[in-house]
Write a protein of this length. Structure first.
Length: 275
């Protein structure tokens, strides 16, 4: 009597391998690069920031009197910094909300179920792009302002005390604000709401607080724009002043914590809700 051997079990077909993080980075970079508005936005922003430094320096009559040390608000005037904050924060937000508005985010999450990895990839690409943009704008603003001041014998080299800190703070202002905008975009998922919130948090909210009271000064110093202003100042606060002035290490901490917290919260939230 012969026995029949059991038929072998069919092995399920192997699915596609999970996407590697470098593949997500490449995908996000392609999305960013494919937008025609990206190079124009960056070019016009850099041109305006550098141009505002040139205008501020040319109209600074006090600088014509001769050497006066590093003049941070000639190289980095408020008009240029506010523009950089506004544009980079909006661009970071659009990196996310544009996908929600078009429905592309559904395709992305189907292809890559690890939503947190997608957000982190967007954050890395956004940070790299706006770090490069901020570096060009910051360096160009310094060089243009010093070229004008050198004609009045008032320019300083990049090795002058306080210059490198101001240059680095102005360069990093763009990626910090872009990541804050990206985090808010993930949380709110609506273009208008994200834009209004980012402008309010990054630009308008710090002006509502003063440095005359301790609690008000603490809130103001925790804002990105206030931290930038403190870092571009080459001088240390006057101990006899009645104002509560921020410290440079505390301002660097603000630069670190804002993007870190907003992106971390965005990753936490996106893992626990539907698209």
């Amino acid at each position: 009597m012969t026995t029949l051997a059991p038929a072998p079990r069919a092995t399920p077909a192997a699915g596609p391998p999970p996407a590697r993080f470098r593949d997500l980075l490449a995908s996000e970079w392609i999305k960013t690069r494919s937008l025609r508005s990206t190079p124009w936005t960056i070019a016009l922003t850099v041109l305006f920031v550098i141009g505002s430094a040139a205008v501020a320096t040319l109209t600074d009559n006090a600088a014509r009197s001769g050497p006066a040390g590093f003049l941070p608000f000639d190289a980095y005037p408020p008009a240029g910094s506010w523009t950089l904050i506004l544009v980079s924060g909006s661009a970071g937000a659009l990196a996310v909300v544009s996908e929600y508005s078009t429905g592309l985010i559904r395709t992305t999450t189907v292809a890559v179920p690890a939503r947190g990895s997608v957000v982190l990839a967007k954050a890395v690409v956004t940070a790299a792009l706006w770090t490069a943009t901020g570096t060009v704008a910051s360096t160009g603003s310094f060089l243009v302002s010093q070229a004008v001041l050198s004609g009045w014998h008032a320019g300083v080299p990049i090795t002058h005390p306080g210059v490198f800190r101001a240059l680095a703070a102005s360069a990093l202002l763009a990626p910090v604000c872009a990541l804050v905008g990206l985090g808010l975009g993930v949380l709110l998922r609506h273009a208008a709401a994200t834009m209004v919130t980012s402008v309010f948090v990054l630009l308008m909210l710090p002006t509502m607080f003063s440095e005359s009271d301790r609690w008000s000064a603490d809130v103001k110093h925790a804002m990105v724009s206030a931290a930038w202003k403190r870092l571009v100042e080459p001088w240390e606060p006057d101990p006899g002043s009645l104002a509560y002035t921020a410290t440079a290490p505390g301002s660097w901490a603000v630069y670190l914590l804002w993007p870190l917290i907003t992106v971390a919260v965005a990753v936490f939230v996106v893992r626990r809700r539907d698209v």
